[in-house]
Design a protein around this ligand. Structure first.
Ligand code: C2E
Ligand code: MG
Ligand code: MG
Ligand code: MG
Length: 284
């Protein structure tokens, strides 16, 4: 790595540094391999409307199965993919695959709900990102409302001026935005007015013990109230128990997502969810 050699020459030669560098290089190569060998998959997790218990959306989550190592969790490789820049290609693959899958469900005559895709803040640093998304949607003949983009608070706060232009461009064409892991970022709330946000996703760290810790219960209720006041949808992440769901129902939360309903599953397992919903709609 010539670049790190220039900046950190004396550190570069320490044994510890080179072990880390070697491991990183191996992982970086493995990510390139993964893209060209098709080792990535998208899994999908249902989002449920609390009052009706009906499916209202899906979140696409990347999965990587390395031929020798096995499953590598996204939190292990996404940060490195961001550091090395390969996240642009991975992120593009994720968007393309999510749209392709939507198209396939649509072609199969299944009920279609919006699919949420997680974005790396770096993807929004490409000026042509809105055009990329638009080309993708029109290429798949998908209504833009069927694609939702998830961003973290920290991501939108990075470059507020540019970000609001970018999001507005996408919003004008109908794309929806959610703030992921809401409540854990380090940011002011003012951006909620400046950005065209549609949905807040309450971080799972608050939901985990929402029925046991009064402070987390209070934060959860406050986020729900904030969302209502700003006319945003609000979805709780990491719902694992009936008690948590009851709490959310009493608190007036719109949506819930978590192992209580389903783990993230491959696309073919989602077809069952979609056809059940289709049947419900047909009867109306
Ligand atoms: P996230 O977007 O907040 O996704 C929610 C994570 O919580 C997922 O972990 C999901 O499997 C997990 N989860 C869902 N329900 C429950 C539950 O009831 N209990 C518990 N304990 N966990 C639950 P996963 O798939 O390992 O993803 C972790 C993070 O990696 C994601 O957090 C997201 O930030 C990132 N990520 C995943 N896929 C992508 C992607 O395609 N692109 C980018 N840029 N980031 C991704
Ligand atoms: Mg997410
Ligand atoms: Mg989250
Ligand atoms: Mg997260």
């Amino acid at each position: 790595h010539a670049k790190s050699l220039g900046r950190n020459t004396y550190q570069f030669f320490s044994a510890e540094m080179s072990a880390v560098a070697t491991e990183r290089l191996a992982l970086e190569n493995a990510l390139h391999q993964a893209l060209s060998n098709g080792e990535f998959r998208l899994y999908y997790q249902p989002q449920i409307e609390v009052c009706s218990r009906r499916l209202i959306g899906l979140e696409a989550l990347i999965r990587w199965r390395h031929p020798e190592v096995g499953w590598v969790p996204p939190l292990r490789f996404i940060p490195l993919a961001e550091e090395t820049g390969i996240i642009h290609r991975i992120g593009r693959w994720v968007l393309e695959e999510a749209c392709r899958q939507q198209r396939e469900w649509q072609a199969a005559g299944l009920c279609i709900v919006p699919v949420a895709v997680n974005l790396s803040p770096l993807q929004l640093q490409k000026d042509d990102f809105p055009e990329q998304v638009e080309a993708l949607l029109s290429g798949c003949r998908l209504a833009p409302g069927l694609l939702e983009l998830e961003l973290t608070e920290t991501a939108v706060m990075r470059d507020v001026g540019r970000m609001s232009d970018m999001l507005r461009k996408l919003k004008e064409r109908g794309t929806r935005f959610s703030i992921d892991d809401f409540g854990t970022g380090y940011s002011s709330l003012g951006y909620l007015n400046r950005f065209p946000v549609d949905k807040l996703k309450i971080d799972q760290s608050f939901i985990r013990d929402v029925t046991r810790r009064e402070d987390h219960a209070a934060i959860t209720r406050a986020i729900i109230a904030l969302a209502k006041q700003l006319h945003l949808k609000v979805v709780a992440e990491g719902v694992e128990t009936a008690e948590q769901l009851e709490f959310l129902e009493r608190a007036g939360c719109d949506g819930a997502q978590g192992f209580y309903f389903s783990r993230p599953v491959p696309a073919d397992e989602i077809a069952g969810w979609l056809s059940r919903e289709g049947a419900v709609q047909d009867r109306r």
